[in-house]
Write a new protein. Structure first.
Lengths: 112, 112
């Protein structure tokens, strides 16, 4: 049973560019959440998708957007990248309303 | 606002000794409580959770945690530490169907 997978593993971009990160949830899970983990900090919630709609959103600007596909996979898009967007981006999947979230290995984004 | 505190940035313990990683929280209502572990350049691995019931919960790899409602604490414990337990540990709180709020993390070093 495959766990949560994310691609790419690493990414280097320059300021002002746009980036798309991808996530495939654990088999049977239909809820996907995205978190940003800056160096030396705990993960911060970005948003959560369920039934192809954004269900909850954390305190992140509109430059951060997402999408969920009918197969429950998800994308995180970040526009107009800033140096401060450099972080590990984590995807987590869960069953709807069920409390435990399972995390992928993350995508490390470096903005130069 | 919900918040999670992990008062120790770093915990050092000798191999074979018991370990405790502390977590306190400030939320309204009755949250779900979680511990996750993160190894270098990896995502978060679920260790254990408290939803309701017995205040002492047992999880993966010999870890357990004690929920104390009056002290709003959820400390992680292990009777005998292993060098391989050295990692970054995160406490998190959540509610049914809601996103997680993570603490800042505690780095555990188990010395041989």
């Amino acid at each position: 049973d495959a766990g949560v997978t994310q691609s790419p593993t690493h990414l280097i971009k320059t300021r002002g560019q746009q980036v798309t990160l991808r996530c495939s949830p654990k088999s049977g899970h239909d809820t996907v959440s995205w978190y940003q983990q800056a160096l030396g900090q705990g993960p911060q919630f970005i948003f959560q998708y369920y039934e192809e709609e954004e269900r909850q959103r954390g305190n992140f600007p509109d430059r951060f957007s997402g999408h969920q596909f009918p197969n429950y996979s998800s994308e995180l898009n970040v526009n107009a990248l800033l140096l401060g967007d450099s972080a590990l981006y984590l995807c987590a999947s869960s069953l709807p309303g069920v409390e435990t979230q399972y995390f992928g290995p993350g995508t490390r984004l470096l903005v130069l | 606002a919900q918040s999670v505190a992990q008062p120790e940035d770093q915990v050092n313990v000798a191999e074979g000794n018991p370990l405790t990683v502390k977590c306190t929280y400030s939320v309204s209502g009755n949250p779900y409580l979680f511990w996750y572990v993160q190894y270098p350049n990896r995502g978060l691995q679920f260790l254990l959770k408290y939803i309701t019931g017995d205040n002492l919960v047992k999880g993966s790899y010999g870890f357990e945690a004690e929920f104390n409602k009056s002290q709003t604490s959820f400390h992680l414990k292990k009777p005998s530490a292993l060098v391989s337990d050295s990692a970054l540990y995160f406490c998190a709180v959540g509610f049914y169907g809601q996103n997680f709020v993570f603490g800042p993390g505690t780095r555990l070093s188990v010395l041989p």
